[in-house]
Each structure stands twice: as structure tokens, then as C-alpha cells.
Design a protein around this ligand. Sequence first.
Ligand SMILES: *Cc1c(COP(=O)(O)O)cnc(C)c1O
Length: 440
Amino acid sequence: MAGHSNADWLARSQRAVWHPCTQMQHHAQADAPSHLPLIPIASASGPWLTDFEGKRYLDGISSWWTNLFGHAHPRINAALRDQLETLEHVMLAGFTHAPVVELSERLSALTGGALGHAFYASDGASATEIALKMSFHTWRNRGRPEKTGFLCLAGSYHGETVGALAVTDVAIFRDAYAPLVRSPAHVLPSPDARLAEAGETPADVARRAADSLRHYLEHHGAQTAALIVEPLVQGAAGMVMYDPEYLRLARALCDEHEVHLICDEIAVGCGRTGSFFAHEQALNADGLPIRPDLMCLSKGISGGYLPLSIVLSSDAIYDTFLDDNVARAFLHSHSYTGNPLACRAALATLDLFAENDVIAVNRETSQKIAAALAPLGDHPNVRHLRQRGMIAAFDVVTEDPYFSRRFYRAALDQGALIRPIGQRSVPPSPAKFPNQQIWH
Ligand SMILES: *Cc1c(COP(=O)(O)O)cnc(C)c1O
């Protein structure tokens, strides 16, 4: 029927919709090596996406890492229906509501109370910007206005708005808009375990990278507001994995030099790495998890249902904003801050984690993933097969600049949605392939 076929939706989408992070021409040229098929989805259930002609795709990347427990999950659906009938939205300035209170309390409890307050936004990039603003403003409220500098790791990805690009070191996202970025962060060496030299362990690489941080802070710590990291796994860099030792040392160095540690757990939070938050795998001298001063959450936190991001802050940071003077308050808001539907979806998601002991189940699942992927390690073109909890990755050595797209299309033909990242930071260098298709 006209208007209901794949082809029809595809043509209408190409005419009217500007798709994210996409060279739209790659959708149009079906015979080009860079071709990206555009796939209209009619419905989804569990891990399956279904197009308008009944073809199913396994949602292998959880719709950009958002969907934790499957599409149309009965528990999350029921919670949202109930919330719809109760309170769909109310502004959060001057008003509050049950889902936002309960979610804030539960997230704080998940940090052992270390991060006592939750600030709300809708997307990850905004959470990054909020964390940067909070850090800077905390220092100003403490009479340290000179602490304005930010640090990030090589290959870091913290979002694509102009403010978030200041701490994003992925060339494809940053270079085009570099002239718009007012004060880019200082980029430190990544503790990427693949950089190990002969005889070095991942922890040795982490210590080497931490030495660079130490050196920088010894000279510039007094002007530095915060270090922002993706704990344990730098996703957009090409699933870079590193040893928790880096986080432990970074925490100690940040304390020593009075610099905030911001953990961007947008991708790695919610159980992805084998603990609920990735930073929990770094232990301090007392054997307890280190804690950041600020933590960003998004992607999986609402179960893949609604746009929601959260910045959790320590009470020490929160307290510096308390004053009679409005200018000392945290000056940030957006219209849908703390949307009750999104918070309710997040609460249902946390319920599923608790009731099904998901972190323990994940440990078994990750062992199965490791066993299933192990034979790949022997493939002559495969390098650095690696894993952290539920995240497994490997690099492919290839001369084909379109390898990742061919892989993507081949998987789609088999009914699986996976998005190989493309050449990033491992040799051969991207310069070798000026037309290298890099995406995320
Ligand atoms: C996805 C992501 C972001 C940005 O989130 P958006 O909702 O896409 O703006 C920031 N940091 C990390 C680590 C991410 O994976």
C-alpha cells in the first residue's frame, strides 16, 4: 500500500529528515562503496527491530547504547502508562514531583551517598556542559576564578555541542567546528592499554599516562578546574580500554592539586563494564571505590525510552552554591528539566537492575561472550581482542578504507545491526585514508 512500504518511507525520510552525523549523500548513492542503507523501522520488540515489510534486525548496538532491556519492555511500558495517567510533565523550577525525587535518591544511594544531588537535562552533551559549568562555577564561588582550564584524554568523546566539543578529541567531530570552540581543553595522553611496550602491563601504561597528568598538574594545576574522563572504556575513540589504575591515580592527583574529577559514565554506566558504574572498579587505599566529584549519566539510564541525562554532584560542590545571591546559584535550566515520564522510565530501569541481579548475570554473560569471541583472536587480521565486562572489541587490519561500511552492510544482510567504528587511533593512521569513513 502506498505510504506504507519501506521504499516509500525511505524516500520521504530522505526528502524531509536530516539524519544525525550522516553524509546524506551516502544514503542516496546505492552503488557507491560509501553507501549506507537507510532502514525504516515500523515496530520493535525485545532485541528485534522490524521494518515495514516484516524483515527483522537484531538491535546489536542497543540503538546507540540506550536500550538496556529490550524494546517495548512490559515493565517499563506499564510504568510509563501509569505515569502518563498521573503526571506527564511539570516544570522543575519551583516545583518537584515523585519520580524526580525518587530517582535522585536512588542514584545517590548507588554512589554510596558520595554524590548527593542530581541535576537534570535531556542529552549527554548537555550533561557534559553542565558538569563543566558546575566545576568552573564551584571554583569561582570558592574565590578561585582563575581555575578555568579543563583536561581531557586523547581520543575523548563527551558530546558534540559546541561546549562539549571543547573536551572532545575525536577529529571528525571536532575539526570542522574547531573555530567555534572558545577554549579547548588540554589533551592528555590516553592510558590506552594497546600502547603497551614490550613487557609493559596495562597498569604500567596507566601509570605512564598518569605521570603526564601529574606533570601537567604540577605546572598548571592552579589554573585547572577539572579533568573529564570516560572511565575504563573510551567508546568513540574506538573502544579504547584501560586499566582502573589510571582512575585511582587520577583521583589522587586531582585531590592533591584541587582539581575536580568528572566521570562521564554516559556510555559505560548502567552495568556495561561489569559494575554498575565503571569508576567503581578503581579502588582507593581503603579498598573502597573511588568517587568522582561530578558524574554524567544518560544513554541507558532511561532504558532507551526517553531523552534523559543527569549530572550527579558531591555535596561539597553543591554547598558552594548556597548563598543569598542568585549569581552564586547554578544558572542552568531547560524546559523539560526532570521530565516525569523520563524519570519514571529510569526508575523502572533501576527496578529491573535490582530485581534481576543484572550485574551478577552480566558477569556470566560476559564470560560467554569472551569464550565465543576467543577464536577471533587467532585471525591474521585481528588485533587487540579485548573486553571489559559486557563490552568486547577488536581491531581489524585492512587496506580497505570502506571495510567498516562493508562489514555493516554485510551484517544488515544477515539481519544484525552493528556499527563498526572505523579507523580511529590505531595504525595505519587516518591520514593514510583521507576518505576514511569514521562514524559512531
Ligand atoms: C553518547 C555520549 C555522549 C553524548 O551524549 P548525547 O546524548 O549523544 O549528547 C557523551 N559522552 C559519552 C561518553 C557518550 O558515549
